[in-house]
Design a binder for this molecule. Structure first.
Ligand code: AMP
Ligand code: MG
Length: 418
């Protein structure tokens, strides 16, 4: 008798996976290696930024009071008493009618409270003239205007991107404390699988899931060990799964989680004593997606169908990995879009359709990316988002408002919203 499985909702499945994530502690690494990692410490301003009043332009540092009354008919002249390039400081403050020639980024001399841009002057021997008054603080970059010493600028749990690197460098973080990154294991199961370089022979297909998952991990900066392909043989498959679990922090298998004669993953979980969190999710593609835990390790049993495999990774594996790394915004960003095509198939389960979103004169429009069955591979290549169509008996028609989840976004969001 075929086993009947009880489907759980996607949000519930996501919640279960997230509940079973275990952080791996922290480590201190050089700043150059911090891109893509998750901060284990907040970034606190170690000093004011800027740390001194500085000129935002190339020009002249003046006392604003000396500029009052300047006009086209009444040009006021200033005597230049020296030059301050970026990285240099003035010998003294300025007095009435005096100015320093000053370059962008240079420290503003004492008594000056405005910068006259070069373009706002007519130069003359020993100085320049201006034709408009300047107010105190005009063209002036104040000490601490960007960040104040002691301020918490970025919270722990934030993903490090190039802007974060700039901030860390500003405060002299030559090393950064980040969460440890898990090492993933990838195993593609299926007697039908050929290697990418193999010639096609009758009944066989090339393994596309293994390389795809590797790339999905690489996009997240997650290292992995590949355990290649394994034919559907219970003993051999159990042995390699066991070895992979021992050598990695979590395992992604593809294929073999359904109820077919050669779907051995359920039996393998049982043999190893892994606890199955769910083995049926109310979604298409990928309703057979299974997640189990063994000790503190998550075992992602993704469907062999390429679209289902891809979607299972993005919905469950990706946020779990970010959670293991202490990331506080692990979910794909979400937007509303207008459906660009009819999708009339009734939905017993929520559909996650590989789709393309684009900005048009009518706003954001998302359309399915072509052939969209769970075994499709072409639409994964074309898609740039997942279109979410909640379950219901009706189909969906062009022009309806729909939800989309953005794939490949550098920064995620804190809440699972759908
Ligand atoms: P399964 O999940 O093992 O029932 O496989 C479902 C479908 O996905 C079958 O048509 C398999 O041939 C196909 N499939 C399984 N593994 C892979 C893989 N690594 N790459 C591409 N297709 C696969
Ligand atoms: Mg199979």
């Amino acid at each position: 008798m075929v086993e009947t499985r009880k489907p759980i909702q996607v949000a519930e499945a996501v919640r279960l996976v997230m509940e079973h994530c275990h952080p791996l502690g922290t480590e201190t690494i050089p700043l150059e290696q911090a891109y893509g990692r998750v901060l284990a410490e907040p970034i606190i301003a170690k000093h004011d930024v800027p740390s001194f009043d500085r000129s935002p332009y190339d020009g002249f540092a003046v006392r604003s009071e000396d500029t009052s009354g300047a006009s086209g008919d009444n040009r006021i002249s200033f005597k230049v008493i020296g030059e301050i390039g970026a990285g240099h400081v003035a010998d003294r403050g300025i007095g009435p009618g005096e100015a320093y020639r000053i370059m962008t980024g240079a420290q503003i001399p004492d008594n000056a409270d405005a910068i006259v841009m070069l373009e706002q002057t007519v130069e003359e021997e020993n100085g320049f003239t201006i034709r408009k008054p300047f107010s105190p603080g005009e063209n002036f970059s104040y000490k601490g205007e960007d960040a104040k010493k002691g301020e918490v600028l970025i919270e722990a749990g934030t993903l490090v991107h190039p802007g974060t690197i700039a901030l860390l460098a500003t405060f002299g973080y030559a090393e950064v404390e980040v969460a440890r990154r898990p090492i993933a294991g990838i195993l593609s199961t299926g007697t039908e699988l050929l290697d990418v370089a193999d010639e096609l022979v009758p009944g066989k297909i090339r393994n596309s899931n293994g390389p795809m998952i590797a790339a999905q991990l690489t996009r997240m900066g997650i290292p992995y060990k590949s355990y290649g392909m394994q034919a559907d043989q219970l003993d051999a498959c159990t042995a390699i799964v066991e070895k992979a679990i021992a050598e990695t922090d979590f395992l992604i298998t593809t294929g073999g989680v359904s109820v077919g004669d050669y779907d051995y993953l359920p039996a393998i979980y049982e043999r190893l004593g892994a606890k199955v969190l769910f083995n049926k999710v109310a979604m298409r593609p990928g309703s057979v997606t299974t997640v189990a835990v063994l000790g503190e390790k998550l075992l992602f049993g993704l469907s062999g169908n390429p679209s289902a495999c891809f979607t299972g990774f993005e919905l469950f594996t990706r946020p779990a990995v970010l959670n293991i790394m202490g990331g506080t915004a692990p979910y794909m960003p979400h937007m509303k879009a207008t459906l660009g095509d009819d999708f009339t198939k009734p939905n017993p389960f929520t559909r996650f359709i590989r789709a393309v979103w684009e900005m048009t004169a009518d706003g954001i429009v998302a359309s399915p990316a072509g052939f969209n069955k769970s075994n499709a591979v072409s639409s994964i290549a074309r898609g740039n988002c997942l279109l979410v169509l909640p379950s219901g008996t009706r189909g969906y028609t062009k022009g309806m408002e729909v939800d989309i989840l953005l794939i490949g976004a550098e920064q995620g969001v804190r809440e699972w919203v759908l």
